[in-house]
Each structure stands twice: as C-alpha cells, then as structure tokens.
Design a protein around this ligand. Sequence first.
Ligand code: SAH
Length: 467
Amino acid sequence: MLITLTTTHHPATDLGYLLRKNPTRPQSFELTFGKAHVFYPEATSERCIAALLVEVDPVALVRNRRNPSGAGGALEQYVNDRPYAASSFLSVAIAEVFGSALSGSSKERPELVETPIPLQVVLAAVPSRGGEAFLHRLFEPLGYAITVTRLPLDETFPEWDESFCYRVELAATLPLRQLLSHLYVLVPVLDNDKHYWVGDDEVGKLMRRGEGWLAAHPEREIITRRYLKHQRSLVDDALAQITNGDEPPPDANAADHALEEDAIERPISLNEQRLGSVLSAMKASGASRVLDLGCGEGRLLQLLLKEKQFTEIIGMDVSHRALEIAGERLRLDRLPAMQKERIRILHGSLIYRDERLAGYDAAAVVEVIEHLDPPRRAAFERILFECARPATIVLTTPNSEYNVKWETLPAGKFRHRDHRFEWTRAEFQSWANTTAARAGYTARFLPVGPEDAVVGAPTQMAVFTRT
Ligand code: SAH
C-alpha cells in the first residue's frame, strides 16, 4: 500500500515538521499487521513529497486473528489484495505513524496546523467497488480536484481486463490535519471488505475524525454505514450523533457546477433564458415575499433584488461555498440599508424540515431537484409542498430528451456529473402532476430555451399553484 503526500507550500519541507518525520531520514515502524515505512522521494523548499508505504503481512494477520477469514477460506487468508489495496490498514498506519499530525499538533510549526496549504495525495491503488463515480461523490464535496485512473488487473495480461482498483490523485488547499482525517475515514469506506478495526470504539473514532466535515457531507449516511461495516446499531448511534443539533448539510461543488454546466449550455446562454422565465413566473404570481431554494451563486437573487415587487427575498443553499460567492455577487456587506433589509441568505438543506421557510408567497427551485438522490425526493417534497408550502412554486430541471442536441455532451451522459438523474418531459410531468395532486396544488408546464419539434426545449419548468 503506497500513498504519497506532496506540498508546494513554501518552504515545502515544513511538511516534515507537520508529519513529525524528518525528510532526511527514512524510518520504519512495526505495526501489529506488518510494517510502515516513511520516506521522502523529494524534499526541497519548492516541493516536498512524503511517502508512506505500508506492508501488510497476511500471515501475521492470520496469526493475530484480528481479521476473521471470509467466505474465501484458508487460501484467501494468504492470497488477497490486502498488501496493496488501500484499506482500513492504511488508516491504522496513518493514525500510528502520523498520529500527531492527524490530531493536529506540531511542536515546531504550531501555526501551520490549521493553515490551508496546497496538498496533493496519490493513492496508488484504491479498491472502489462503487466505481469511479463513488470516488467523485466522496471527495468532491470536500473540495478536492480528483483524478481517477482505473488499473489493469495485471499489466502483463491485458486480456484479463481491468481490476476494481483505481489510482486516485487528490488535490486541494487545506490543513494537512483535515486531509489526513478525510483519508482516515474515507479509505475504509471505499474498501467494502472487512475492516481491520471493527470492534473497538469505532463510533468514537468516526466522530473524532469526521468532526467538522462529515455532518455536512452529502454521502454521510453511506460513509457512516460503510465505515462501521453495516453494523446497524453502531450506524444508528453514529448517525444520531452526527445529525444532532443544527443540521449542517452537504457542500456541493457549486463553483465547478456553474462552470461545467455553462460550458455545455453556453451556445444559447440557456442560463439567462431560464432565469428570465423563472423571474417572469415569480412576478406574475403577484408574490412579494419569496424564496430561492438551492440559490447557488445567487444569480436569480440578483434579478429578484432589482424588482421592487419583492419586499423580502430569501436565498437558501446547502453549499457554504456557493453562498459565499452569492454574498460577493450581491455585495451583501455593501448594500444600502434599505436593500439589505430585503434580502437574506440562509444555509440549509431542502431535505430537512426547516421552519424558516414557512409562510412565503412563492419559491423558485431552479435546477436543484436533479441534484437530489431519488430516495431523498420524498423528504424534499414534504419540505417544499407541506412545510414551506408557498402559494406558488416555480421549479425547473433539464429535459433529458434535449441532451442529444448538446454537441459537447457524450451520449447517455448527464449535463453535470452531480446530477443524480435527468427527466424526460413525460417523466417530469408525471412526477409534478402526482406531487401536485397529493399536496393540493395544480401544475402548469412551460418550455424554456429554443424548442425542438422532436425533443422539446432544453429546460422544463413547472409552475405549481396552491389550490
Ligand atoms: N439555482 C441555482 C443553482 C443550481 S445548481 C441556479 O440556477 O443557478 C444546484 C444547487 O442546488 C447547488 O447550489 C447546490 O448546492 C444546491 N443543492 C443541492 N442539494 C441541495 C439540498 N439538499 N438543499 C439545498 N440546496 C441543495
């Protein structure tokens, strides 16, 4: 198992102080399941690379009986992927070898512990049984740029095809302590095999290492479930602790989102047309107090603010980063007092009951629903149609039939990788009509963008009116 950590922070060799491992001296550590070696393939003030090589000794494992054998029987205890595929052994090694860095202490560079520094990690082989998409879903919400390369089963026998292992490269600017805790929790989540540690205080460890990020991660449930290896009682316990108190929800990659979708849709500036249509529908509803749910970077908020009709405007999003950008776009801190009183942005998630959303006249939900996992949709419907329950709801989503018209979009792909699904017109209308009927609304449908005779318009919009 090999992992390298690279920084270009200046001086880069500070990485040695943070990890408490001297770049000039390779070191080895005895672990109960094998050995760990730390060495630096490169250590200059411009760039410093620390490598952690973990040797798992399958025979020692059998002897220590810490890793009960699976269905594979005796042979599998000796012949398996444990020596090279990143797994809970790696987390244990990180905790043992880089323990002080993981818990955020550094004698020589205390000021660097909480400082975001540019870091790049390469995990040589990660067994993602959830495939490449799962890797993206785990790391992107934490702000990583991720590059994934699928590894062949055996380079000398290409006909054996690909393995379930990936080379994973992550890059972000963040405190080293945070990066190590992300790896500590997420590497075992990717490896769905028996975890080395299941049995002693896993919930406590998960809480400690997940502090400050797990509760806000959109995949926190699956992370918790897999980290705790599906042990129902532990999972319930952990989820209860995570969601305790003010629900701090997931942070989607909003800036990226805007860029990526823009690139595909740019030729007709669909975004502007969409916002124009939504704005018209909001105005036509006669609303004065309005919500923009999943407001992203605040483009619609900007338009709403220009309209005197809207006396109170609330933008809400799950992504802190998007809200930060929205705040800048709207110059919230520099608005004249009169304007400032009209607008507020809230952090929150559309899948958790939120009393702050009740009592408004109209809500816009623009290009949001396709970001919600289908199992979450029922919760979303309740929050929107029962809890917030505005007189008018203007909701848009891509029309998947139109995707064939985007030249840059490969067939069968969604317009953005964070889209969990995309609906045809019939699917959208069926969902909207059923939901409306159940909740005491009626739905009207409007195409947005240039309408094609066969596949329709790129965006579909429903205007729900409370009956
Ligand atoms: N309405 C904006 C942004 C669309 S992108 C626009 O049209 O420009 C989708 C947005 O939904 C992102 O900003 C994302 O952070 C947000 N989102 C995703 N899941 C959410 C949830 N559960 N609750 C609230 N917002 C969510």
